[in-house]
Design a protein. Structure first.
Length: 403
C-alpha cells in the first residue's frame, strides 16, 4: 500500500468514518432506480416516472445547501439523525401511495419530498477529513480515497435494487430504502470522529453564507458543468448499448465507467504533485473531455467497454481536486454548507445533462450526449483556469476571498 494511503488509514477512526459513510449514502445510488420503477409500475407511465426522478434530483439540489447550513449552526448529530428518520418516512409513504394507486402528482410530490430530505452525510465526511488532516498532501489523499469509495455506491446500489425487485417488488424495494437510510445513518453517527469540534467552532462562528467566498461561488461553475457532462454521458452509455442491440450491456458499460474512475482516482491519489493544487483542476477537466471523446465513435460493445473505462479515468481525480479546493477557499464556520453547495451544483448539472442528453439522442443520434459531455467539460476547464498557480502544497491556508 502506498505510503500516502497508509498515512490516511492509520489515523484512528478514519477508515471507520469513510466505510460507515458509504453505508449511509448507499440509498443515493439506489433511489433513482427505485423511484423510476415504482412510479412506472403505479402509473404505467414512463413520463410520470421520469418527472418523479427529476423532482427528486431537483429538490435534493435545492435543499442540500440548506441542510449543510443547518449542520454548521446546530451540529452534525442534531441534524443527521432526525433527517434520516424523516427521509425513511417519505420512502414508506411513497410505497403506500403506490400501493393505493395514488395519482401521478401525489407520487411526484412525495419523490420530491424524499429528495429534499437526503441527510448531508457527504458534506459531513468531507468536512471531518478537512479538519482531521493538517498535512495538505495527506488531506488530498483522504479526499481521493473518499472520491474512489463513493464510486462503489453507483456500482452496488443498482445491483441491490435489481435483486430486491426481482425477489419482491418495487414497493418492497422502496421500504428497504427507508430501512437502509436509518440503519446506515445511525451506523455513521457512531463514528467517534463526528465528536471532534473544529477550532473555528470554539473561537467563532461565521453567521453568513458560505457563498460569501468569491472563490467558492466561482467553483460552482466548473462543478455544475462537470455534473452536466456526467449526466449527459450517463444517458449516452445505455443509449449506445441499445444502439448496438444489447440492453443487458448497459449495466456492464456503466460499471466499467465507474471502474475507470476508481482506477484513475487510485493513481492520482498515490502520486506526489509538484504543481500547485489550483493548477491541476483545469487540466483534469480537460482530460475528462479528451477521455470521453472516443465514445463518440465507439462502433461496438467491446470497443465501447474500453472507451467507457477510459472516459472514467479523470472523474475521481477531478472530484479529489475539487474537494481539496473547497477546503482551501471555504470561510471558517461554513464548511458543511460549502461542500453542500458544490454537491448541489453537481446534482443540478447531472439533472440538466441527463435531460438534454436524452433529448439529443432522439434529435441528433446516439453520439450526441458524448459531444455534449465533451463540450461541458471543455467549458468547465476554461472556468477552472481562475485557480491556476494557486494553493501550492507548501503555501499556508489563505483567507477566502469574500465579496
Amino acid at each position: 500500500m502506498p505510503t500516502k494511503y497508509r498515512s490516511v488509514l492509520a489515523e484512528p477512526g478514519a477508515l471507520r468514518l469513510m466505510s460507515t459513510a458509504l453505508v449511509g449514502r448507499l440509498p443515493q445510488g439506489m433511489s433513482s432506480l427505485v423511484i423510476l420503477l415504482l412510479v412506472r409500475e403505479a402509473t404505467h407511465s414512463y413520463a410520470a416516472a421520469g418527472v418523479a426522478v427529476g423532482a427528486n434530483a431537483l429538490l435534493a439540489s435545492v435543499c442540500a445547501p440548506l441542510a449543510g447550513r443547518l449542520v454548521d449552526r446546530l451540529g452534525r448529530r442534531v441534524v443527521l439523525g432526525p433527517v434520516a428518520v424523516l427521509l425513511a418516512g417519505a420512502y414508506v409513504l411513497l410505497a403506500v401511495l403506490a400501493a393505493d394507486h395514488a395519482g401521478a402528482l401525489a407520487l411526484i410530490a412525495c419523490a420530491g419530498l424524499a429528495g429534499a430530505l437526503v441527510p448531508p452525510i457527504a458534506p459531513v465526511v468531507r468536512t471531518v477529513l478537512r479538519d482531521l488532516f493538517d498535512d495538505l498532501t495527506v488531506r488530498e489523499t483522504a479526499f481521493g480515497l473518499e472520491a474512489i469509495a463513493q464510486e462503489t455506491i453507483w456500482i452496488t446500489g443498482p445491483l441491490i435494487v435489481t435483486v430486491a425487485i426481482t425477489l419482491a417488488s418495487p414497493k418492497a424495494a422502496c421500504v428497504m430504502l427507508g430501512v437502509v437510510v436509518v440503519g446506515g445513518t445511525l451506523l455513521f453517527l457512531r463514528s467517534p470522529l463526528l465528536d471532534r469540534t473544529p477550532e473555528h467552532l470554539v473561537e467563532h462562528v461565521h453567521r453568513g453564507s458560505a457563498l460569501a467566498s468569491l472563490d467558492l461561488r466561482w467553483l460552482l461553475l466548473p462543478a455544475t458543468l462537470m455534473g452536466f457532462s456526467l449526466g449527459a454521458v450517463e444517458v449516452g452509455i445505455p443509449a449506445l448499448a441499445l444502439h448496438h442491440g444489447s440492453r443487458a450491456a448497459s449495466g456492464f458499460l456503466l460499471a466499467t465507467w465507474s471502474l475507470g474512475s476508481m482506477a484513475g482516482g487510485l493513481r492520482y491519489s498515490s502520486m506526489r504533485w509538484r504543481a500547485p493544487l489550483g493548477s491541476r483542476y483545469a487540466p483534469l477537466l480537460l482530460a475528462s473531455c479528451v477521455f470521453t471523446a472516443p465514445l463518440v465513435v465507439a462502433g461496438s460493445i467491446p470497443v465501447a467497454g474500453a472507451c467507457c473505462f477510459i472516459a472514467g479515468l479523470a472523474i475521481a481525480p477531478t472530484f479529489t481536486c475539487q474537494y481539496s479546493l473547497v477546503g482551501r477557499v471555504v470561510i471558517p464556520g461554513t464548511e458543511h454548507e460549502a461542500f453542500s453547495w458544490t454537491l448541489s451544483g453537481l446534482i443540478a448539472g447531472v439533472a440538466a445533462g441527463s435531460a438534454l442528453g436524452g433529448v439529443s439522442v432522439g434529435a441528433v443520434g446516439v453520439s450526441a450526449p458524448f459531444v455534449l459531455g465533451c463540450a461541458a467539460s471543455l467549458l468547465a476547464a476554461a472556468a477552472a483556469t481562475r485557480f491556476r498557480g494557486r494553493f501550492g502544497s507548501a503555501s499556508p491556508l489563505p483567507e477566502a476571498a469574500a465579496v
